[in-house]
Design a binder for this molecule. Structure first.
Ligand code: NAP
Length: 291
């Protein structure tokens, strides 16, 4: 089941595998409801996902809200994450609209989607991330979010936030897979008790098919009678991360939440990392990070 958890710095338990509604589900038209996504979120909940990840940027919050309502899952059984970026200037008002779209009174986790507030490509809001963080902290006292965190932050951005924070970010949601090991950033987060949420964990199957990692993952899949997808999600979670994945296919959703009944050895975890070392794939925010 997906509801094995990681405990973050404020004591909250975050389910280890999340169903993401960005990437393949991203919508440029906010007005049309995507019925396929509503069905898929319901499917994911039925398969055992108890953690759903969305964002202002994805335009999928209304679908998530509808699916949660239709699924009948109790609010206290679900861990709900959303994010903000382009509307950071009007954070408090936008957050209320997001809650309305999600049809909930609170979210479990609210993230600043990116530190690149001046990104042209992503229509950044401008401004100062330290000030935005102070405003995020106030949302916790309002009770409208239980925890706050960040996404796509590098060490220098985390240092800025930590220099003024009274509430530390509980997570940093980053692109993390064997082809993007980011060992310095991971160490910095570990040292500061900031948990990693790993998005795009299946990159060795989606963007680097036939690569060195896939060969190792296939071999381990045979050993444990698990699919390559399950081995990669297990790698992420045993490295300490919450894995944020997605699929439109019921079988893959069921596989994704069925990873609690086996353990990779430390040598096997290292073998997967070693196979990815030396090749770098970064799919998101790459233009901003290299600037
Ligand atoms: N914070 C950020 O900036 C940020 C950025 C990117 C993503 N995210 C979050 O992370 C979530 C997941 O990101 P992701 O989609 O990149 O994650 P992923 O888990 O690496 O990839 C999911 C995709 O892999 C495909 N897939 C699964 N098994 C496969 C296989 N064996 N062979 C080939 N393809 C396979 C799925 O397609 P099928 O539908 O065919 O199964 C699905 O489209 C997003 O939805 C979003 O919530 C956050």
């Amino acid at each position: 089941m997906s509801n094995h958890t990681v405990t973050v710095s404020n004591g909250t338990k975050v389910p280890r595998v999340a169903y993401g509604t960005g990437t393949a589900w991203f919508k440029s038209n906010a007005n049309e409801l995507d019925q396929k996504l509503i069905n898929s979120v319901k499917d994911a909940i039925k398969a055992g996902f108890v953690h759903i990840d969305t964002a202002e940027m994805y335009n999928t919050e209304r679908e998530v809200g509808e699916a949660i309502k239709q699924s009948g899952i109790k609010r206290d059984e679900l861990f709900l994450t959303t994010k903000i970026y382009k509307s950071l200037q009007t954070l408090e008002d936008r957050f209320d609209e997001q809650l309305k779209d999600l049809q909930v009174d609170f979210v479990d986790l609210y993230l600043i989607h990116s530190p690149y507030v001046n990104s042209k490509k992503y229509h950044g809001p401008g401004g100062d991330i330290k000030e935005y963080w102070k405003r995020m902290e106030k949302l916790v006292s309002s009770g409208k979010t239980k925890s706050i965190g960040v996404s796509n932050f590098q060490i220098e951005h985390l240092k800025e936030i930590l220099s003024i924070a009274t509430i530390k970010p509980v997570v940093n949601q980053i692109e993390y897979h064997p082809y993007l090991l980011q060992e310095d950033l991971i160490k910095f987060c570990n040292d500061n008790d900031i948990k990693i949420e790993a998005y795009s964990p299946l990159t060795p199957l989606t963007d680097k098919k036939g690569g060195k990692v896939e060969a190792v993952v296939n071999e381990l899949g045979e050993k444990y009678s698990k699919s390559p997808l399950q081995i990669l999600l297990k790698w992420s979670t045993q490295k300490g991360a919450v894995a944020v994945t997605t699929s439109s296919k019921t079988d893959r959703l069921k596989e994704s939440v069925n990873i609690a009944d086996f353990e990779l050895t430390n040598e096997e975890l290292e073998k997967i990392s070693d196979a990815g070392r030396g090749t770098t794939i970064r799919k998101y925010w790459a233009d901003d990070i290299s600037n």
